[in-house]
Ligand binder design. Structure first.
Ligand code: NAD
Length: 300
């Protein structure tokens, strides 16, 4: 029997409903400020979507847009202003930043209590210590999706493929917090396929199309695909067995695929997330949830 599809849009909607209800309970409108430097087209879309979703759920979403030439001291000064502004609950600086700005210095400057991306070292430390923290949005979304599967995380063997600071490492920390036995695999892991095959839960966050094949997945596993890869006609052979992606590729000249060979892994796994429509929709929903959490914690 093919795996159950874990519907990220449906679970994200549930999170959004919880956020809207929490805002009514709070009795004030939490404020999220999204800072963008430069004109990266993808960042423009992300920032607009974040601000729009905030407004839709009853938060106030403000955009601060600066030219590519903004200096690092000027950006740090803006963050300092936002930190001190008592009406601001959440601050998110859209990455990547222009090359002349050190992202670490910028992240470190954000008040940890307003760090809704959960990237500040203080929040990262608190997450690893198992203390209350603002946790990174995509990893928090991964856990929500696993909770939507009919499976207990506790005691399961989870294999996280990818060790980035924004996805792999925090996913692993959150799974550990939920009492899974966690293995992190990365580009230097030996015989990754054999390690992955032992997993009850596989989280793929690599950034390589169809990296996870059916041979790497144990029967009955839950597979969460974080990867978002845009492929073009030159990679058509990769998706030749996938009718839907092949048709999209033929029609548009490009297609979005995950890190997991969805069609084949679906025959082996018990749960699987699609791309798009899996982890993607969760990220913004968890950002809204973090903003409400930050507002509640700070103003209480
Ligand atoms: P990254 O490039 O920072 O990290 C990739 C990780 O994969 C690294 O830790 C590396 O060790 C590992 N890796 C690379 N090649 C490997 C190999 N051959 N074998 C084993 N491991 C290997 O990427 P990231 O920022 O963590 O993002 C990963 C993917 O998730 C990307 O496709 C990205 O677009 C996607 N992503 C999606 C969302 C979302 O909202 N759905 C959010 C963030 C990232």
């Amino acid at each position: 029997m093919p795996a159950h599809l874990v519907d990220g849009k449906r679970v994200a909607k549930q999170v959004e409903e919880e956020v809207a209800a929490a805002i009514i309970r709070l009795g004030f409108q939490p404020v999220l400020v999204v800072v963008r430097v430069g004109n990266d087209p993808a960042s423009e879309i992300y920032v607009r979507n974040k601000a729009r979703k905030a407004e839709e759920l009853g938060l106030r979403g403000d955009e601060r847009i600066f030219p590519e030439t903004l200096s690092e001291p000027d950006l740090l000064a803006e963050i300092d202003r936002l930190n001190r502004d008592q009406t601001v609950d959440g601050i998110l600086v859209q990455l990547p930043l222009p090359k002349h700005i050190d992202p670490h210095r910028v992240i470190d400057a954000i008040d940890p209590a307003k760090d809704v991306d959960g990237f500040h070292p203080q929040n990262v430390g608190r997450l690893h210590l198992g203390r209350p923290a603002l946790t990174p949005c995509t990893p928090a979304g991964v856990i929500r999706l696993l909770d939507a599967c009919d499976l207990q995380i506790e005691g399961k063997h989870a294999v996280v493929i990818g060790r980035s600071d924004i996805v792999g490492k925090p996913v692993a920390a959150l799974l550990l917090q939920r009492n899974a036995t966690v293995t992190i695999c990365h580009s230097r892991t030996r015989d990754l396929a054999a390690v992955a095959r032992k997993a009850d839960i596989v989280v793929a966050a690599i950034g390589k199309p169809f990296f996870v094949t059916a041979e790497m997945v144990k029967g009955g596993a839950a597979v969460i695909d974080v990867g978002i890869n845009r492929i073009d006609a030159s990679q058509a052979s990769l998706v030749a067995h996938d009718e839907i992606k092949s048709a999209l590729l033929a029609k548009n000249g490009h297609a979005l695929v995950g890190d997991v060979d969805f069609v084949r892994v679906r025959e082996v796994a018990a749960w699987i997330t699609p791309v798009p429509g899996g982890v993607g929709p969760m990220t913004i929903a968890m950002l809204m949830s973090n903003t409400v959490k930050a507002a509640e914690w700070r103003r209480r």
